[in-house]
Design a protein around this ligand. Structure first.
Ligand code: C5P
Length: 314
């Protein structure tokens, strides 16, 4: 049976800044997004019926229309009814390595892989910009997941400007096992608490986009200045997630005390905290030290590295 195997990398936010409200109910953002080498594997087969079936061994994964990867398949069936009629339904298997609801865009990465896989399976010949447009209809960071690497993301997060690629720094991810944060909750709570700081006029938002804190980070990236990259990491959503879940802030504080850590913040809407280190060997030592200081068996650690690519076909 014809099928495609794809890998879908997770992302971290090196910068996440909320500028204001948007007419569509989302937030106007400035982000620096960075792909990492922790990847899900997605296998897509033509089905024997017209149905879409999602399979995954991870019990945390919803398998129906509340899964964004399923929604990606539904979108393709709606957009390309002739190909859907010709090739039939879809069997999609997801091997989950990226933790779920962790601020690492695991669901978005799977959805991006489904778009690429169906494009190949149905021989649609869609270009990257066409895939980007489909991705933006589904979610704010799916367009980035297609491309990966390092990018400045504006608007809802779907307007991408590629930045200079970074060396493969080591990335430590740390997350409390049974702690999940809803992205919608994080943004809603931020709006409730900080709406008075929002820029109200679109022209102010445009001006602010040029001056935001990301400027320091973007120039550090251009200069490949890794200590500065670590120093300028920034995430507005820490302001709502830390008070609600103090253990996440505690994790960041422990990483901050490690002299070999270049920088550490929460990724996206959390609760994953990441720390950047020069090498895998240094990162292994940092993990050991942090584990012994925390002495908390409910915190999981992953050691990975920055990556320069998005969805790959194998
Ligand atoms: O677009 P996505 O489904 O990833 O977003 C999840 C939730 O995060 C949205 O429902 C919205 O509440 C919030 N969000 C936002 N502004 C953005 C991106 C996401 O308010 N730019």
């Amino acid at each position: 049976m014809r099928h495609y195997s794809l890998t879908a990398p997770a992302k971290i936010n090196l910068h996440l800044e909320i500028l204001g409200d948007r007419a569509d109910g989302y937030h106007e953002l400035v982000m620096v997004l960075q792909g990492i080498a922790l990847e899900d594997r997605i296998d897509i087969y033509a089905g024997s019926t017209q149905d879409i079936h999602l399979h995954c061994e991870d019990p945390d994964m919803p398998l129906g229309s509340d899964n964004i990867a399923y929604q990606a398949a539904q979108l393709m069936c709606r957009e390309y009814p002739e190909a859907y009629a010709q090739y039939g339904g879809l069997e999609i298997n997801i091997e989950k390595n990226i933790p779920v609801a962790a601020g690492l865009a695991g669901g978005s990465a799977d959805a991006a892989a489904v778009l690429v896989g169906i494009n190949l399976l149905w021989k649609l010949g869609l270009t990257q910009p066409e895939l980007q447009t489909l991705a933006s209809q589904l979610g704010s960071d799916i367009a980035f997941c297609l491309e990966g690497g390092t990018a400045l993301a504006l608007g809802r997060g779907e307007q991408l400007n590629a930045l200079e690629g970074l060396e493969d720094l080591a990335v430590i991810l740390a997350k409390h096992q049974n702690l999940y944060v809803s992205t919608a909750w994080a943004y809603k709570t931020y709006r409730q608490q900080f709406e008075q700081t929002y820029f109200q006029q679109p022209e102010n938002i445009a001006a602010q986009t040029k001056q935001v804190h990301s400027a320091d980070l973007v120039s550090a990236i251009a200069q490949q200045d890794y200590p500065k990259i670590g120093q300028f990491l920034y995430n507005n959503l820490e302001k709502v997630v830390f008070p609600a879940h103090p253990q996440v802030e505690a994790l960041k504080l422990v990483f901050q005390k490690e002299s070999e850590v270049l920088g550490t913040i929460m990724s996206g809407s959390g609760p994953t905290v990441f720390a950047l280190c020069r090498s895998q060997a240094v990162a292994e030592q940092v993990i050991k030290s942090v584990q012994s200081k925390l002495n908390d068996s409910t915190v999981n650690f992953w050691l990975t590295k920055l990556s320069t690519h998005g969805i790959q076909v194998h």
